[in-house]
Design a protein around this ligand. Structure first.
Ligand code: NAD
Ligand code: IPM
Ligand code: MN
Length: 358
């Protein structure tokens, strides 16, 4: 096999800070496991607009095609908010070009997260659900779409096959989890949601061991904070998944720790934290890199089947977190200090297990 190629998109705001942290950590870990990943950094988003006049260049798309995986931090910021073509449009273009139709956003509350959660411990504890967000269709992409002084239009459209592939993905994921799928929609109002329900009911008999239920998105938003333990797999449209995943992140104590994985049927997957470029804290060396690091761990596990390197990183991070935390989690550690601690921990662990010492 060729050396695995990872296209690396630091992007804007805190993006370059958390990406640098993550690359350092992967590099430390791969020295232990003797795997060689080849990183190809490219400009994307606002920094690409500054350099090349557009957020998503053809050169980047060509590079993505040559990659085994794409690792992305975040794009956007006030500097580009009034541009005709914003960094965020580049992100949507990238997701569409990569055809990453299923975006997985986990909410898993650890013992430490129970303490940080704004919810009461008895409500937060044992929460473990996955939001399966449809990522390449819906209101983000529907036509017509226009923006004018007198009227603006967005269109929410879903084709049956776009719904069936994401629902099927959710059923299959639930088979490996608690066998419970909740479709979150607005079927009391929206035509697209009615079709989501029809398709889910139609596919369900192929997965008889799975419990299927439906929630309206407004009620689901309420239940995510009132009784989050009731969910296992939530499958939902692009916009609802975007909104509910930030809400779900908050119950773990911070959006800064949540990774995501976006699945393509026939090309590289895309791995990115769910948060944005956090312009309010950019350049201060206080960004939490955990969501980015966790995204890289998912990439190692799921694209490269490299559990060894993933384990080295996860174990070192857990060990460091037992001593102190990043500023975002209420601790003292800057982004670079946290990163350095993890790298040191990785090197020390590797010394302990090196055969010469056994
Ligand atoms: P945001 O997620 O960037 O920030 C929301 C809040 O969470 C801010 O207070 C921020 O400081 C904090 N936060 C987020 N990530 C953090 C981290 N890793 N460590 C510590 N604190 C963190 O959302 P926003 O402020 O609504 O958006 C800012 C910009 O990011 C916008 O331009 C938006 O379009 C863009 N955005 C990009 C992506 C992406 O590239 N995937 C995702 C969301 C938002
Ligand atoms: C996310 C972001 C993006 C989205 C924006 C920046 C286009 O909020 O990845 O959650 O809405 O998908
Ligand atoms: Mn979002």
């Amino acid at each position: 096999m060729h050396e695995p190629i990872i296209t690396v998109l630091g992007g804007d705001g805190i993006g370059p800070e958390i990406m640098a942290a993550t690359r350092q950590i992967i590099q430390a870990a791969q020295q232990v496991t003797q795997v060689n990943y080849h990183f190809v950094p490219m400009a994307f988003g606002g920094c690409s607009i500054d350099q090349f006049g557009e957020p998503l260049t053809d050169a980047l798309l060509a590079q993505v095609k040559r990659s085994d995986a794409v690792l992305l931090a975040a794009v956007g910021g006030p500097k580009w908010d009034h541009y005709d073509v914003r960094p965020e449009a580049g992100l949507l273009g990238l997701r569409a070009a990569m055809q990453v139709y299923a975006n997985l956003r986990p909410t898993k509350i650890t013992a430490a997260a129970v303490k940080r959660s704004p919810l009461k411990a008895e409500i937060a504890q044992n929460t473990n659900f996955m939001i399966v967000r449809e990522l390449t269709s819906g209101i983000y992409f529907g036509k017509p779409r226009h923006y004018a002084a007198t009227q603006a239009v967005d269109t929410m459209a879903y084709a049956r096959n776009e719904i069936s592939r994401i629902i099927t993905y959710a059923f299959q994921l639930a088979q490996q989890r608690d066998r419970h799928v909740t479709v979150v929609d607005k079927a009391n109002v929206l035509a697209t949601s009615k079709l989501w329900r029809d398709v889910a009911e139609e596919i369900h008999p192929q997965y008889p061991e799975i419990t299927l239920d439906f929630e309206y998105v407004d009620a689901a938003a309420m239940k995510i904070v009132k009784s989050p333990q009731q969910f296992d797999v939530i499958v939902t449209s692009n916009l609802f998944g975007d909104i509910l995943s930030d809400e779900a992140a908050a119950i773990t104590g911070s959006i800064g720790t949540i990774p995501s994985e976006s699945i393509s049927e026939n090309g590289p997957n895309l791995y990115e934290p769910i948060h944005g470029s956090a312009p309010d804290i950019a350049g201060q060396n206080i960004a939490d890199p955990i969501g980015m690091i966790n995204s890289a761990v998912l990439m190692l596990q799921h694209t490269f089947n490299d559990q060894a390197t993933a384990n080295v990183i996860e174990r070192a991070m857990v060990a460091v977190l037992q001593q102190d935390q990043p500023v975002d989690l209420g601790g003292q550690l800057s982004t670079t200090a946290f990163t350095q601690r993890i790298c040191t921990q990785i090197q020390q662990n590797s010394v302990k297990v090196a055969p010469d010492y056994v």
